[in-house]
Design a protein around this ligand. Structure first.
Ligand code: COA
Length: 176
């Protein structure tokens, strides 16, 4: 049994492993989900993504965790904290991604809120960020529901394209 990192009313967040490749592929290889990343991943991209998350667990002790439904045990997405570059610093970012069939049920907000509490209470960060493409309104809405405010806009270079991103942030004192 995998160790549960975080538990909410409907979800468990746990480290992913290669046994989750099938569920991960069905999410990352779906055009509907991957619009914000300039298109669906292929098998090679998906494997590299999984390896990157496993590397992050080892290096930092946290990363993008698998999001599992308590009721069925299935992996429906990912949510967690990763270190990302912002203004030549490494900042902790809350990220999330859900299988298309699981959108509009509140799962991303439920998981992101738990990650915010974990980031402040367990990892002792003072600020948590979500850096989101300007076109990705659903993700921005999750950041706002997670108590974050827009503080900046930046351009990220990803898959050979310049992408304007909005920087959302919450300070530990904001949520007290
Ligand atoms: C970003 C993403 C995870 C957001 O998913 P989402 O379904 O919009 O967000 P939530 O899971 O928090 O669900 C919120 C919605 O569920 C509704 N909802 C239904 N039941 C609910 C419940 N029990 N509790 C809370 N909200 C509930 C809310 O009213 C809200 O409705 P809306 O979509 O009409 O605004 C999803 O769009 C996604 O995977 N996108 C692709 C990947 C991506 O872009 N990731 C972010 C990169 S920065």
């Amino acid at each position: 049994m995998k160790h549960i990192i975080l538990e909410t009313s409907r979800l468990e967040l746990k480290e992913m492993s290669f046994s989750d490749m099938k569920a991960l592929s069905s999410i990352l290889q779906d055009e509907n989900v991957m619009y914000a990343y300039e298109g669906a991943f292929n098998d090679e991209d998906t494997m590299a993504w999984m390896q990157k998350q496993i590397q992050r667990y080892k290096e930092y002790g946290f990363g993008l965790w698998g999001m599992f439904l308590k009721d069925t045990g299935e992996m429906i997405g990912q949510c967690g904290i990763t270190m990302q570059e912002y203004k030549e610093m490494q900042v902790p970012e809350i990220g999330y991604l859900l299988a298309h069939r699981c959108w509009h049920k509140g799962y991303a907000t439920e998981a992101a809120t738990a990650c915010r509490e974990y980031g402040f209470d367990i990892l002792h960060f003072n600020e948590l960020y979500s850096i989101i493409r300007d076109t990705n309104i659903a993700s921005q809405n999750v950041a706002v529901r997670n108590g974050m405010s827009l503080i900046d806009t930046i351009v990220k270079h990803y898959r050979g394209i310049d992408m304007p991103h909005m920087v959302f942030c919450v300070n530990r004192n904001d949520t007290k």
